[in-house]
Design a protein around this ligand. Structure first.
Ligand code: ADP
Length: 251
C-alpha cells in the first residue's frame, strides 16, 4: 500500500462555510448583512476581528457564539454542524465550548467576584461543587485578584472588573473565548494589562480567542487578523508589523 500523498488535516475548532445573515426576512426592509463568509479557526489560535462600524462584526460574533442564528450556510464546531440545532442543543453547545468577554463586563453587581466566577458552573450543572469553587479561586488568583475575591464589582476598578470577566470566561476552560471590544471601555494602561492577561491565559491553556477590536494596537498583537467590510471578509492574515517610523523620513 502506498501512503497517502497528503497528510490529514486536523478538524478545525470552528469552520464556517458560506454563512449568510439577513434581518427582517420576508419584510419590505429585509437586508442581508453577512454575504457568505467562509473561514476556520484552529485550536490555540489568537485572532482579531476588525472592520468599520456596521460591517457585521457583532452579528458574526453572535453567530459564532450561538447567540443568533444564521440565515444560510454551514457552521461546524469540532466537526459537528450546528446550523439547525434546536435551542436546547445550542445552549448546551454554548456552555461546553464557549466563554464570553464583553466590553461592558456584565458582572452581576450584587454578587462578589468569586460568586460571579462560579456562575458558569452553576448555569452548566445547576450546582457548584467545592472543587469548582476552588477552581474559581485559582483562576481569580491567576488573573491577579487573590485579594479581591470577596469584593463586589462596584468596589473594583474597570480593569479589575474586566479581569473578573476574563476569569469567568475561562473558569470552565472552554476551547474558545469570544471577546467583543474587551478593552473598549478601559484606559490605555488597563487595556494593555487586560490584553496581556488574555495572551497569557491563551499561552497557558491553549484557548482559542476571537477578539473584536477597533484598536489597531491590539489587533497588531494578535496572531491573525480577519477584516470585515460590508459583510464580506476582505483580509485574513498576519497583522502588519508595527509601523516603522523611519519610513516617515528624518525628523
Ligand atoms: P458592527 O458590529 O461591525 O458595527 P453589526 O453586526 O452591529 O456591525 O451590524 C451590521 C449591520 O446589520 C448594520 O447595517 C446593522 O444596522 C444591521 N443590524 C444589526 N442588527 C440588526 C437587527 N437586529 N435588525 C436589523 N438590522 C440589524
Amino acid at each position: 500500500m502506498t501512503a497517502p500523498l497528503t497528510a490529514t488535516r486536523p478538524t478545525p475548532l470552528l469552520e464556517l462555510n458560506g454563512v449568510r445573515k439577513s434581518y427582517n426576512v420576508g419584510l419590505p426592509n429585509e437586508a442581508e448583512v453577512l454575504h457568505g463568509l467562509s473561514f476556520s479557526i484552529g485550536r490555540g489560535e489568537f485572532a482579531a476581528l476588525i472592520g468599520p462600524s456596521g460591517s457585521g462584526k457583532s452579528t458574526l460574533l453572535n453567530i459564532v457564539g450561538l447567540l443568533e442564528r444564521m440565515t444560510a450556510g454551514s457552521y461546524r464546531i469540532d466537526g459537528e454542524e450546528v446550523h439547525g440545532l434546536d435551542d436546547a442543543a445550542l445552549t448546551r453547545r454554548r456552555r461546553t465550548t464557549l466563554g464570553f468577554v464583553f466590553q461592558f463586563h456584565h458582572l452581576l453587581p450584587a454578587f462578589s467576584a468569586l460568586e460571579n466566577v462560579t456562575l458558569p458552573a452553576l448555569m452548566r450543572e445547576d450546582r457548584i461543587t467545592p472543587a469548582q469553587r476552588d477552581r474559581a479561586r485559582a483562576v481569580l488568583a491567576a488573573v491577579g485578584l487573590a485579594d479581591a475575591m470577596d469584593k463586589r464589582p462596584g468596589e473594583l476598578s474597570g480593569g479589575m472588573q474586566q479581569r473578573v470577566a476574563i476569569a469567568r470566561a475561562l473558569v470552565l476552560e472552554p476551547p474558545l473565548v469570544l471577546a467583543d471590544e474587551p478593552t473598549g471601555n478601559l484606559d490605555t494602561a488597563s487595556s494593555d494589562e487586560v490584553f496581556a492577561l488574555m495572551r497569557r491565559m491563551h499561552a497557558e491553556l491553549n484557548t482559542s480567542f476571537l477578539v473584536v477590536t477597533h484598536d489597531p494596537r491590539l489587533a497588531a498583537r494578535c496572531d491573525r487578523v480577519l477584516e470585515l467590510v460590508d459583510g464580506r471578509l476582505v483580509a485574513d492574515g498576519t497583522p502588519p508589523p508595527p509601523s516603522d517610523k523611519r519610513v516617515l523620513g528624518p525628523a
